[in-house]
Each structure stands twice: as C-alpha cells, then as structure tokens.
Write a protein that binds this ligand. Structure first.
Ligand code: NOJ
Length: 767
C-alpha cells in the first residue's frame, strides 16, 4: 500500500517535471529529490534548507513565517500570495484548489518552496470518528491511534498536509467547552492518548504517503481557564503545571510531534504566545523540541489585546523573540517584522532559525520532492467502507455504560422500542464539534442505525419522534453547514402536542430509548456553559417518560459530563455515547442490542452538579478526608461517577494482586499482576487500572494517581492474569520545595481495580 502510493507520488513529480520542462517553466530544483535514508534525510534537509536560506530575501523569509486563512476575505489573491512565497494556507479542503495553489507556489514562486496546507483534522476529516474525549474513554490508545491514522489518510488524499491536533490540554472543569477535544482530567491517560495520536497522524516516519504533520496544542494551560470560560486566563501553580498540565505535551514532543501550537490565554500573567519561559526554557532547552511553533488564530496580534505588547510592531517582535515561528492569520509578521529586523529589535539569526525550522519540517514531510496530490483519486478515498467500519468500531469501544438496572441492556430483539429525543435523527449532532470537512449526508443517525438493525430482526419494531427540540447557537464562520434547521414545532400548542405524542409512544412501547444531550455546537470552541443541565425541555421529557413506568434507557450524546443526577437514580439504564461520529448510529444500535458490549471508562470525574466544578480525583488529602459531605453545606463533594468508571453487560472479578518485588530502586520498576475473570455469560472488556499514592515526601501528593492501565477482552468464563509494569520514573514528580522533578524514596500505596475507587490494595517502597 505504502510502496504503491510512494511510486504514484514519484510519478506525479516526474510528470510535473516534464510538463513544466516542455512549457519552458522553471523546474523543481533537483536537490529537492527524495532522500532514501533517515540520516540522508537530515543531511539532505539541511543542505536544501541552508541553500534556500542563503538565497531568501527578508520578505521571503517572513512569507514562510506567515499562515493565511482562506475562509477569510483576501485583499491579495491566494495565487499571488503563493507566488510571493507565503508559507502556509489553512481552511482549504478542496483537492483541486489545493493542488492548483501548490502548483503556483512550486512553479511560480521565485524559490519554488512548497506550501503547507493546515486544517483542523481533530477527529476525522470527511469520515468523522468519536470526539477525542470519547476516544480517551476507550482507555485504549490503539483506538485513538487508528482513528487518527484513518483521518490522516483521508486528509492527505485531499491535499491537507498538517492537522492542528492532538489537543492535549488537561481539562478538569466540564463547563469548559473544549473539554471534548482532549483526553480529560488525567495527565497519565492524557500522555498515553497524546503519543498515540501523534503516531496515528504521523505514522512511523513523517513523510510517508498517508502521514499528516501533527501539531500538539495549546501550549500550555488553556484547560485551566478561570470559571471554565473559554479564552479566560489560567493561573496554574508550578507544581500543577509540571505535574498535571505539561506531561501530555512532553509525551507528544517525545513521540515526535512535528509542530506545536501555543495557547490563546495568559498563563500566570504572561500570554502563552509571548511566553519565553514556555517556548524557550521548557520547550526548546528542556525538551529539545526540534519542530516549529505556530501561534493560535490571531494570537500574535492579540498580544496587544492582553495589554502585553504596546502595538503591532511590539507584538511581532515579542512573539518571534519568544519563539513563535509561524503566525496564524493575523498579519503582524507580514506587516511589522521586516522593520523590527532592520531596527535591531529582532535579530536576523532569530528569523533565520524560525525559517530553518519551518523549511526543515516541510522537507521532512516530503513536500519538496512530492508536493502534489492525485486530484482524480481523492473522491474515491473519502468515506470508504473501511473508514466507516473504523469509525463504527471506535464508537463502540468509546461508549461508557453508567447504569444498567436489572440488566435492561442489551435490549431484546423483539417487541416495540420507542426512540425519542431531539438527537435521534440529527446528522449534524452525531458528529460533534470540529467536523468541518464532513458532509452531513454521510452520517448514520441513531434512527438510521436502529432501522438498519430492525430490517434484519422482523420481531422488532421501532416507533420514533423527537418529543422536544433543542436550539443551536448561531453557526460560526467555521461551521455554516451546521446551521440550525428551522424548528418543526413553532407554537406552544404544537410543542405541547409533540411532547404528549412522545409520551404516548413510550406508553405504547415495551421499552423507550431517549437520545438526549447537547447539540454539537454546545461544546468545542467558544462553547463554555454555566450550567450542565440537559438543554431545553429534555429533562422534563425524561421525567415524563420515566413516570409512565416503562423501562427507560437514557442514551447520552455529549461533549462533556452533564447533570444527570436525577436520571442516575430514576432511569433504568444510561449509556454515554459522546459524539460517536459518522457511523455512530450503527455503533449505537449494535451497543443497544448487544452486538457490541460497552467497555469504555470515564476519562473525567462526573459531577453531581455544576457547582462541584472543577472536579478531579487526583486531589491532595487535607483535613477530615473521609467525610466528603463536610466539603459543601448543601451536598456531597463526591462525584456522581468516579474517574475510570464504566459498567459492562458482563461482570468481572479482580483479585490475587501480586507484585514482582516489594521494593524498587529509583531507577527500577516493579510488575504488578492480578487475576481478572469474566464471570458473566458474554465476551466483554474490562480495563485494569493501577493507582498509586506516595505517603510522604518533600510535598503532599495526590490521594491517587493513575500509573498504568490495560484494556482486555475476555470470553465468558475466561480468566486472565494481567501484568502491568510500573516504572519508578513514572512516580517522579516536580516538587515545589526542591524545584526539580525526581523520584523521592518512600512508601507507596497501590490499588488495582476498574475505577479510581479501586479497593484491591498493597504497598511497596522506593529506595
Ligand atoms: C483556533 C483554535 O483555538 C485552534 O485550536 C485551531 O486549531 C485554530 N483556531 C485553527 O482553526
């Protein structure tokens, strides 16, 4: 597969070469030919890049440092910008247009430097995969890796070279809309998902035919926005930064992320886009990141909005001096940087270094030797059956079963099922936010999936209606395709009749599945919420359905934990499907009828009420730790469902915890093992999780910290000994007393189980 694609792209270059030659146009420089080994790659990259740097004017260098958004009005045509040597375009997805602009850049710009086309391939391109929070709920990094690999294949076929993903911001506040884009609250799970996604996007080597350049974002601390309000400042202690917020970034850098995007907000009083400490001391000096750094949208110009830079010229100088190599969308580099170099505020060497990094990444990506795509072939590579199957499997593995009284799930394959709710047939909502290149027509809704299932089960009947509608906000510039459909029920009377009709359907059925949650635009960017309730009249619909006495299944579609506290003690079953993506409806039907068995676990602590946010399991212990009801006067401070929690249609036992040693050296490791048995009647998955706690040290440590996990599939009655290695280095932490990260000798508690409330316990020592 790889080899044939490589042959194809080599052929395009050859054809381009001869076409250009015969047209008398400038040719690609022969030094841009692809090298054969990775060492050769570095040497060749350096030769090409240094050669170009010598020839480039200051204006051409600044062009490479600029990224232009083609979904915005342009005063200079994109073709002219390509000719002048702009470095990158974003928000363009039409393969023919991409190829055309690439031809202009390569053939008509003075130095023939290819463009790099960026796009937000966050959880799929045309085929949409479950949102990243859902992928994290699979507790299976391979699921995330494969989803992003498939996404990369589609995006690359369309000519997109660079994705602005993965987002690895730790998020501990469900009000923050962007919690759906990351892996949740935990640095260890976050780090595993970060590296898996980098491998998925980039493949084994950057530059393979299906390899998409990754961009880990948003560096750093965006998820700690005060009050969960998007774009708000973050105030994070050094201890929390080093131990909680930075580890997923470090994991992504170690996994080879080719680029990194800075965050929008002030981190402890300094904007991330002008933050020398983050971009130099941490990223370059400590982590040895050798890719390039791009700002977030308009964030360089925004340095003036923060009250940090005096004016645009100051913003340009401070951003580039801090380490922003490429400016996204605002034009202060284009308009101000040359003057800043001439008057000495920015050195020529700083500009050269930024351009060197950008060109080196372009080279490593193979853009110099293989800049074009096969436009004719692109359509046949979109939403293929292989993509759909991968999307469905990922959705099945991401679902989390939160409640299942009397084993009401899986549903019987006979009788009448009422399918009710505003999200039952919404082709936009099932994809979730950041599905910008998707086509709604490709989506399989829950209703579609259920109909497909009933077609092969004649004893099963589905009746359906929405019951209530929920409103969307104004579509943003990014997602016009998600504009709200006109409400079907315009008057109060019509709305009441629809509500009553839904409840009648519930009464006349054997079981009802209510598909409730948020519309896709209620999470993601600029989509923070001050409540976590089910929007609109969905809660009333749910309560009325339960009042009929019929068994009710609540199927959640959501990008964040929602307030389902009433449901958690009144509704028979609750299955969280997040936003499952293009083939989500088929995945849901399979899960409801037991063709697939839920095995996901929560990547976030699920609150009882919004007032508990931020909420996370890895807190430090203080006064009266065993009395969670003393924290609030008016309710428990414990989560409704703990981090790591999720049920199955089967039942597992877990025991016989053994450790390979009772002590380990600070550079050593121990292997923990335990026996897991599926005592139920069907094959199913369990996720074995290991948590530790350091009893004493130079600083207080969290009550529990995830340090290992493994998702296993066991047949009915099967027994497996699961081993998980814990490296002493994983126990290292940054101490606010010693100001360094180290493994501190001491006694540790260790728990093994299937959630952060695991009870199987032992201790070990680090010497
Ligand atoms: C702004 C968002 O914060 C960032 O995540 C995204 O990649 C860029 N816009 C480009 O769309």
């Amino acid at each position: 597969m790889y080899a044939s694609a490589l042959r194809r792209s080599t052929l395009f270059v050859a054809i381009a070469f001869f076409t250009l030659a015969s047209a008398g146009l400038p040719l690609l420089n022969p030094v841009f030919a692809a090298p054969t080994t990775s060492e050769g790659n570095d040497v060749a990259a350096s030769r090409v890049v240094e050669g170009l740097l010598k020839k480039m004017t200051l204006e051409e260098k600044i062009g490479q440092m600029s990224q232009v958004a083609l979904n915005q009005p342009q005063t200079i045509s994109p073709e002219e910008q390509a000719r002048q040597g702009v470095g990158s375009f974003l928000f363009i997805t039409d393969p023919a247009r991409i190829n055309h602009l690439q031809h202009v850049a390569v053939e008509q710009s003075r130095l023939h430097i290819p463009l790099i086309f960026g796009f937000d391939v966050i959880h799929g391109f045309r085929t949409i995969y479950p949102v990243p929070l859902a992928l994290a709920a699979s507790w299976d990094p391979k699921v995330a890796e494969h989803a992003q690999h498939m996404a990369a294949r589609e995006a690359r076929a369309a000519g997109v070279n660079w994705t602005f993903a993965p987002m690895v911001d730790i998020a501990r506040d469900a009000r923050w809309g962007r919690i759906m884009e990351g892996a949740g609250e935990d640095p260890y799970l976050g780090a595993r998902m970060a590296e898996a996604q980098i491998h998925g996007f980039q493949g084994e080597t950057l530059g393979g035919p299906d390899s998409l350049l990754a961009c880990v974002k948003h560096f750093a601390g965006y998820g700690a926005a005060v009050g969960g309000r998007d774009y708000e400042e973050s105030n994070i202690s050094d201890e929390q930064l080093w131990n909680v917020y930075l580890p997923p970034f470090e994991a992504a850098v170690d996994a080879g992320s080719g680029t990194l995007m800075t965050a929008y907000m002030d981190l402890n009083g300094v904007p991330a886009a002008g933050n020398n400490w983050l971009l130099h001391d941490v990223l370059r000096d400590k982590w040895h990141f050798n890719g390039f750094v791009v700002s977030d949208w308009d964030a360089v110009k925004s340095l003036t909005v923060h009250g940090f830079a005096a004016d645009d010229a100051d913003a340009a100088a401070r951003a580039v001096n801090a380490g922003i190599d490429m400016e996204m969308t605002s034009h202060v580099y284009r308009d101000q940087l040359a003057a800043a170099v001439k008057d000495g505020r920015v050195s020529q060497a700083t500009v050269d270094e930024a351009v060197r990094r950008i060109l080196t990444v372009k080279y490593r990506l193979g853009l110099f030797s293989s800049p074009y795509i096969n436009v004719e072939e692109a359509p046949s590579r979109m939403v293929t059956q292989e993509q759909r199957t991968a999307s469905r499997l990922a959705a099945e593995r991401s679902a989390v079963l939160l409640r299942n009284e009397n084993q009401i799930l899986p549903l019987k394959t006979s009788g009448t099922v009422a399918l009710i709710g505003p999200l039952i047939d919404s082709k936009a909502d099932i994809m979730g936010s950041w599905s910008l290149a998707a086509h709604q027509a490709d989506s399989v809704t829950v209703l579609d999936g259920m109909k497909r299932y009933t077609a092969s089960h004649p004893a099963l009947k589905i009746v359906s209606t929405v019951g209530v509608e929920i409103e969307r906000g104004q579509p943003s510039i990014f997602d016009e395709q998600f504009a709200s459909p006109k409400p079907k029920f315009a008057t109060d009377d019509q709305r009441q009749r629809e509500f009553a009709h839904a409840i009648e359907l519930v009464k006349s059925s054997d079981v009802a599945v209510l598909v409730l949650g948020e519309s896709q635009d209620m999470s993601g960017e600029r989509a923070s919420r001050s409540t976590l309730t089910l929007p609109g009249k969905q809660e009333q619909l749910l309560e009325a359905a339960v009042a009929t006495g019929k068994p009710i299944v609540l199927l959640l579609m959501n990008g964040r934990p929602l307030d389902i506290t009433w449901a958690s003690s009144h509704v028979a079953a609750i299955l969280d499907d997040w936003y499952p993506g293009t083939d989500g409806g088929n995945a849901i039907a399979n899960l409801l009828f037991g063709e697939a068995v839920p095995g996901g676990k929560l990547p976030v602590s699920w609150p009882r009420t919004v007032g508990q946010e931020p909420l996370y399991y890895g807190e430090n212990l203080t006064q009266i730790p065993d009395a969670p009801n003393t924290r609030y006067w008016d309710g428990s401070s414990a989560p409704l469902y703990p981090f790591g929690f999720g049920l199955s249609y089967s039942t597992f036992t877990l025991g016989n915890l053994k450790s390979s040693a009772s002590t380990m050296h600070t550079t050593g490791s121990i292997t923990m093992s335990c026996d897991v048995t599926n005592i139920g009647k069907i094959a199913a998955d369990e996720v074995v999780q290991i948590y530790t706690h350091q009893r004493a040290g130079s600083a207080s440590r969290p009550v529990r910290e995830l340090k290992g996990f493994k998702r296993v599939t066991l047949k009915a009655g099967e027994h497996q000994t699961v081993s998980i290695k814990v490296d002493a280095q994983e126990l290292a932490f940054w101490s606010p007393q010693t100001h360094k990260r180290s493994v501190e000798p001491g006694v540790f508690d260790l728990w093994v189980g299937n959630s952060s409330q695991a009870t199987t316990h032992t201790t070990f020592a680090v010497k």
